[in-house]
Design a protein around this ligand. Structure first.
Ligand code: HEM
Length: 212
């Protein structure tokens, strides 16, 4: 494992805060802003809006999918490959009959971005995994307002078989067990910020034409 625990590079204050808590506090404001923006766009008000929401999710899951299959990241986080939701979201896109050309636009937009630093990748993984917690609430709306389910249209929001809470706690425990330098932890924060900014940009791109 390339991470080190050098006394010269880890400040005592930063070393005391588990990485998952650092990421949570560093992204609290951008998460709140994103939640508010998304809810204002009413993603579950009708099928058209939900298609926009799905396209945003498709881009996020496509960008992050390679991370779930990266051997270095797999060595750090248990069962990582089983957490990839890209196939599920593509099936949701098919359920909702999103045209193939739009799916291709989303795939191209997503594959234009590569996350090649493993510490930044930790921040991206934190963001995409954490989004599955809020998904419990969003799934309820997708079911109640649009009649969707984990078997049709809302597959990517399904909880893990072991339960959302347990899957999240195991993920955070693996993050927190890594011995990282301050610089590596800062890279993880940068990655989480990038992930939230990416989602925000996707929302702007896919929702604006539909809501104009
Ligand atoms: C309208 C949309 C959203 C709502 C209402 C929402 C709501 C929530 C809620 C209620 C939680 C806490 C769940 C719990 O502790 O049991 C949560 C956690 C989280 N959400 Fe969201 N969320 C939304 C969208 C997103 C998106 C698009 C992302 C990023 C792609 C995201 C990233 C996260 C992260 C990283 C956490 C974990 C925070 C932590 O405890 O460290 N959320 N969300």
């Amino acid at each position: 494992m390339p991470a080190t625990n050098s006394a010269e590079t880890v400040s005592p204050a930063a070393a005391n805060q588990p990485l998952s808590e650092l990421l949570k506090s560093a992204t609290r404001a951008v998460h709140e802003a994103l939640d508010q923006r998304l809810m204002t766009l009413q993603p579950f008000a009708n099928v058209e809006n939900y298609r926009c929401f799905l396209r945003m999710q498709a881009r996020l899951q496509c960008v992050t999918s390679p991370l779930f299959h990266n051997p270095q990241l797999q060595a750090w986080i248990a069962d990582l490959d089983q957490r990839d939701r890209w196939v599920a979201v593509m099936r949701d896109c098919a359920d909702l009959q999103i045209p193939a050309e739009q799916c291709e636009v989303d795939r191209r937009a997503a594959t234009a971005l590569t996350i090649d630093d493993p510490y930044r990748a930790l921040g991206w993984l934190y963001t995409v995994e954490g989004s599955n917690l809020g998904a419990a609430f969003l799934l309820k709306m997708a079911k109640a307002d649009l009649g969707l389910s984990e078997q049709h249209g809302a597959r990517h929001m399904a909880g893990a078989a072991e339960g959302r809470g347990l899957a999240w706690r195991r993920f955070k425990a693996d993050l927190d067990a890594l011995a990282l330098t301050d610089e590596q932890r800062q890279l993880a924060v940068t990655g989480a910020d990038e992930a939230f900014a990416y989602v925000q940009a996707c929302v702007d791109e896919v929702f604006e034409p539909a809501t104009a």
